[in-house]
Design a protein around this ligand. Structure first.
Ligand code: BG6
Length: 488
């Protein structure tokens, strides 16, 4: 891999500590970092290189999925880390950084390939990108790349404005927008599942699929993020990005020789084919919820408006369920049901593909207990695939029982989302990053929901913590003859 320098803004922050340093270390142990590699950590705090390295060491000892390993490996890894104080508004700090980066590149004889990772609030993106440009940090002979994390805007207009500003300093192919769901191993496997299995390919259409259910339930509440979350809600925090990315990854139809351009083109086509919400019947397709007090795993918990930092009158959504339709040749007529919520019964991210019931269709007698065939894709916390078929019950002739074909991976040895994504960005592979087209189309689809929430055209329904959301979420499916699978 080409030599490179990673310039990390927000180097003393939580994401760096919990995810980025452990990911880099695991890549290092796996031999996936370039042989000539440096990290410049930036923050407002004064730190020496040594104390910065000590912080990084602590983070990988606490959060790495692997045992830290032998001391020499750790020392060699930490040796690549340097620290520089940076106030994002101070031009002289960028000039100093440029000097340090150039010195280090010269000492290593390394090409000036630079990856700028903005692990900071989105309000700083614009200034930093502009200063990278004006200071000359981004103007070297090598390549430059920018990694940013959601939120990419607060609504359609602000997302467009942000993109406009970023594109003054970086071209689209230089911007790597992280959606960590796209880094989850099972999400990355979705395209292989479809592409490498004729059996799946043959069934992946509206001829055979009755509906698709995409769930991302969490047991945690708002935690210490009241300031952010109360202005964001489930629709912006999870739905506009992670959930719609899961929908795209599931719905794309790929040729065998698919490339990253084809994946992105097909994802865009899926978003373009999503039937827009109509303001006059939006409440029949969207359910908005907010958690009330309840019990999570035997422990009583507060309702959302009693959480620290949340106003008692907050109308923020902590749950959303939606029915979507993709109006294209493959999916016309197949409902996609999506839901995500906090303080739900269990933590589970899962896609269920429900197949049509041929016995019923042909008018044959439907045995009462016969379930449809299901393909269940568990994305997290456990990872696996289950195909649910029907079999004869050997104890009772003529009776059926469900039979599962199951595959589960052991999670210990699987790279984490951030490892996959940072490695891909280093290789310059954009397949599992959100392209601007997808981001814009997602905001476009979501905007009527934001408007309807603001105008209070969709009721805010309380649901007890520890449940599966408001009853209206079940009704959303029931009126089309469906139900959420695996709600116990
Ligand atoms: C983040 C959201 O993007 O995803 C959080 O901001 C949420 O609110 C998290 O908890 C869920 O991620 P995961 O990987 O635990 O499903």
């Amino acid at each position: 891999m080409e030599a490179m320098t990673l310039v990390l803004f927000g180097a003393t922050g939580d994401l760096a500590k919990r995810k980025i340093y452990p990911a880099l270390y695991n890549l290092y142990i796996d031999g996936k970092l370039p042989s000539s590699f440096s990290v410049f950590g930036l923050g407002r705090r004064e730190l020496t290189d040594e104390s910065f390295q000590a912080n990084v060491e602590k983070s990988l000892r606490n959060f790495s999925r692997r045992a830290p390993g032998d001391e020499t490996a750790i020392r060699n890894f930490l040796n690549a880390f340097r620290y520089s104080v940076l106030n994002i508004d101070h031009e002289e700090d960028y000039a100093k950084l440029l000097r340090l980066v150039e010195e280090r590149e010269a000492a290593l004889g390394a090409a000036p390939n630079r990856m700028f990772y903005l692990s900071v609030g989105p309000e700083f993106f614009e200034t930093i990108a502009a200063r990278i440009q004006s200071s000359g940090l981004g103007g070297a002979d090598g390549w430059k790349r920018l990694i940013i994390e959601k939120p990419f805007g607060h609504d359609l207009q602000s997302a467009r404005e942000l993109n406009e500003k970023l594109s003054g300093a970086f071209a689209e192919q230089e911007i790597f927008r992280i959606d960590h769901y796209l880094g989850k191993p099972m999400v990355q496997k979705l395209e292989y599942l479809q592409r490498s299995n004729p059996v799946i390919q043959a069934l992946w259409t509206n001829r055979h699929i009755a509906n698709v259910q995409i769930t991302a339930n969490e047991t945690v509440g708002v935690e210490e993020r009241a300031g952010y979350y109360d202005h964001s809600g489930a629709v912006r925090d999870m739905f506009q990005n992670h959930m719609l990315q899961l929908l795209m990854m599931l719905a794309i139809q790929l040729p065998n020789n698919s490339t990253s351009e084809i994946v992105r083109l097909r994802k865009k086509q899926v978003m373009e084919a999503l039937v827009p919400l109509q303001s006059d019947n939006i409440s029949s397709q969207i359910v908005r919820g907010q958690y009330a007090a309840g019990t999570i795993q035997g422990k009583p918990v507060n309702g959302y408006t009693s959480e620290q930092g949340i106003p008692a009158t907050s109308m923020n959504d902590t749950f959303i369920a939606a029915k979507l339709e993709i109006d294209d040749y493959f999916w016309r007529g197949v409902p996609f049901y999506i839901r995500t919520g906090k303080r739900m019964r269990e933590k589970s991210t899962r896609i269920v593909v429900e197949f049509k019931e041929p016995l019923k269709q042909q008018g044959a007698q439907q045995p009462e207990q016969l379930d449809p065939n299901l393909l269940v894709i568990d994305i997290g916390p456990k990872e696996g695939i289950t195909l649910q078929l029907n079999m004869m019950d050997s104890r009772e002739k003529g009776a059926f029982e469900p039979m599962n074909i199951e595959f589960h991976t052991s999670s210990d040895d699987v790279p984490e989302a951030y490892e996959n994504l940072i490695h891909d960005a280093m290789l310059g592979d954009p397949t599992f990053f959100a392209h601007w087209d997808e981001v814009e189309l997602s905001w476009k689809w979501v905007q009527p929901i934001l408007d309807a929430y603001a105008a209070n055209h969709i009721p805010l329904l309380p649901y007890p913590s520890g449940s599966y959301g408001p009853a209206a979420s079940d009704e959303l499916l029931a009126k089309h003859g469906h139900r959420w699978w695996f709600d116990t």
